[in-house]
Design a protein around this ligand. Sequence first.
Ligand code: KG4
Ligand code: ZN
Length: 353
Amino acid sequence: GGDLVVLGIETSCDDTAAAVVRSNGEILSQVISSQADLLVKYGGVAPKMAEEAHSQVIDQVVQDALDKAHLTEKDLSAVAVTIGPGLSLCLRVGVQKARRVAGAFDLPIVGIHHMEAHALVARLVERDLQFPFMALLISGGHNLLILARDVGQYIQLGTTIDDAIGEAYDKIAKWLGLDMRRSGGPAIEELAREGNAESVSFSVPMKHHKDCNFSYAGLKTQVRLAIESRKIDAKILISSASNEDRASRADIAASFQRVAVLHLEERCERAIEWALKMEPSIKYLVVSGGVASNQYVRSRLDMVVKKNGLQLICPPPSLCTDNGVMVAWTGIEHFRMGRYDPPPPPQEPEEFV
Ligand code: KG4
Ligand code: ZN
């Protein structure tokens, strides 16, 4: 019980993140080091490069998180770290760091599932969010619809049968010649504002599957064919495209986004119906994960959720994309329930970690 202060470490993909959070929900610090320059150079996440980049900055990121919180390791109650899913080489950097800190300062470790952290951070944001609730988790690697009954008790209502929506945003951004110094999602969202969302008619995935699963591979192919037929050349960056070329790319971005989100809307509507049959007391649908920072996604889902008698909870964008706060907070949720590992030995042999 009592007041807890937890350090959270997240290295599952391309960002190295750490944060310190208090059990009353206070965020004491939050630090993120991104690998944007590497993403441009390699056109995506290359695991070996990403591992090296994490290794180079992990000590500094954790130190900064402690400094900004005006704390030292001695003030911590536990260390929480993402243990999966993600790139194993990258995850290892975070886990090793967590074990070094925990070993040296005799702290318990809480291993965190990345997607659970995306969902539970909503309980930090909205302190009266009680179980059971629903969550739509939309990121670069996952599309999940779940019913959360308690910490650690989740019923999966739907998942992707191929690609996640964030992966589609990223690929299409690349094909449209968008600036890859940031991830594809925000770039498409911005370009889509200039376009006509009705100009290209893509079909909504899985119309005839009366379930809550997702598919984005087919839509990705539809978009690629539209890009090819309009002779859009990804090697010509959007910044140097003619006005006409730019408008054509914007139309594709807007049309893709409309249908990609329609797919989310349809699945959420059905999932709400299913979930309310199992748990009539549900009041909230949480939407989290990187793609949930998209304003169009938020406003469309808000309508669907309200129409079906629920309320939408969407963390601020900085807590939707990968971050250390969600890991620290989920660590607190688990720690409170006695779910943690004892401190590792102070000096582990290297091959052990
Ligand atoms: O949760 P996240 O940061 O990392 C993973 O767990 O994958 O999600 C990253 C994904 C990327 O595909 C990125 O393009 C997408 O979230 N994303 C967005 C937006 N911001 C990030 N997609 C659409 N619109 C956005 N504004
Ligand atoms: Zn994520």
